[in-house]
Structure formats: C-alpha cells, structure tokens
Write a protein that binds this ligand. Sequence first.
Ligand SMILES: [Mg+2]
Length: 248
Amino acid sequence: MSELHAITFDLDDTLWDNHGVMLATEQGHYGWLLEELAAWHRARGEATLSLSREEGLADYLERRQALARATPERRGDFTWLRLRALEGQLEAVGLDRSTAILWAAAAMNEFHRLRVQVTPHPEAFDLLETLGRRYHLAAITNGNIHLKRQPLAAYFPVAVAAGELFTPKPDPNAFLNVLERLAVAPSNAMHVGDSWEEDVLPAQRLGMHAVWISGVEDRALPPRVYRIDHVRQLPEVIARLERGVDGA
Ligand SMILES: [Mg+2]
C-alpha cells in the first residue's frame, strides 16, 4: 500500500456516543430559554409568553425542517437553522424582532455550552495522543459542536464543520479541503467514522482508506474499507495496513 500520512475522524458517534448529549442539549437549551424569558417578562411586569415546552419544541423542529427545505444550501448548517427557527418562533408569539434575535442568540449560546459536554470514549485520549505523534490528524464533522471547545480539540490541529461550509458529508469537498490543508494525497490518508453514507463511501471514492465503526458484520466491504466495532480497535487496522497485509 501507499504510506499512511494522515487520519481524519468523524466526531459524533465515532469518538463519543452522541445520543444522550443531543437529547440533553435539545431539552436543556429550550427549557433554559423558556425559564429565562418568563423571568425577564416577570421582572418587567409583563405577561409571559404562551409557549409550552412540548409544543414549543415541536414547533421549533418543524420550523427547522421547513427552513432546511426552503434553503437547501443551509441544510447542514444546524446552528443557522436553529437561530432562524427560534427567532421566527419568538416573533410569532409576540416578541419584537430585535428582542427575538437577542433571545435566540442567548438560547444558542446555552445550546453550545451543553453541546460540548460530550464524554469521549476513555481510550480516545491515548489513541489520539499516540497517533498524533506519527500522523497528521484532522476532524471532519457534520455536527455543530463547537470545534475548539469540544474535549478532544487539542488533538486536531485541523477541524472542519462540513455543514457550516455548506458541504456536509457525503459531499467530498470537506475531505478535499482537509487533505489540501494537510498537503496529503487521498491515497495516503484514512478516514474513520460511523456512517456508511457520510463517512465510508465518500472517503473510499476519493481513494482514501476508510474505517467504518459499526456493528453490522454482514456487509461486503469495498477495497480500502475496514470495519471495527469500536474506535479502540483502530490501532489493529493501522498496524495491518502498515505491515501491508491488506495489499493495494
Ligand atoms: Mg458520526
């Protein structure tokens, strides 16, 4: 094989389990908004808004989905979608535009505070530390986690939020952007991620090696694709590649 110089990583559900954090973030920032807004209105002697948590969250989701359909180029820019959706909702229930913009921004600040509270797999720290001594490392995410505030940020000198670049994976541009910044050819690079469609296929088609983190054992793997159950098994794949066991 050609030598390995760079390894790019997906983040959510690759280096940590994302589900619980997303749920807590979704509920948490919206609950914060309703409570803080109610306190603000009370302090001003004004009536509180007629927004319930459950109906408000459902309306917020519908507004994001409608915005994503109306502006397909922003479909992967989740922070933008959330901001615009919250602004629209707050205006619809009676806030003036500038107040709605301020409260939506404050709610998204709370969103990002909660969103970075991910717990990386314990093995990830040593793994990235070790790999970082030998390979260029980069992160490529479709999520909207704050890339410099997330707990593994120090290991990724290059990190890209593909959705905010308007090129969410599986668009190859985020991969190409990162490889260009690292000055590494696709054949000298590996991408590691949990999504077949968004991580494995685009990387493989570019000529990169691709490591799929998945429990699905019965799928035929194209050339240069390797499956592992957990990121802790990554060193075994790399060792096999470096020994040339997998050919190509
Ligand atoms: Mg993922």
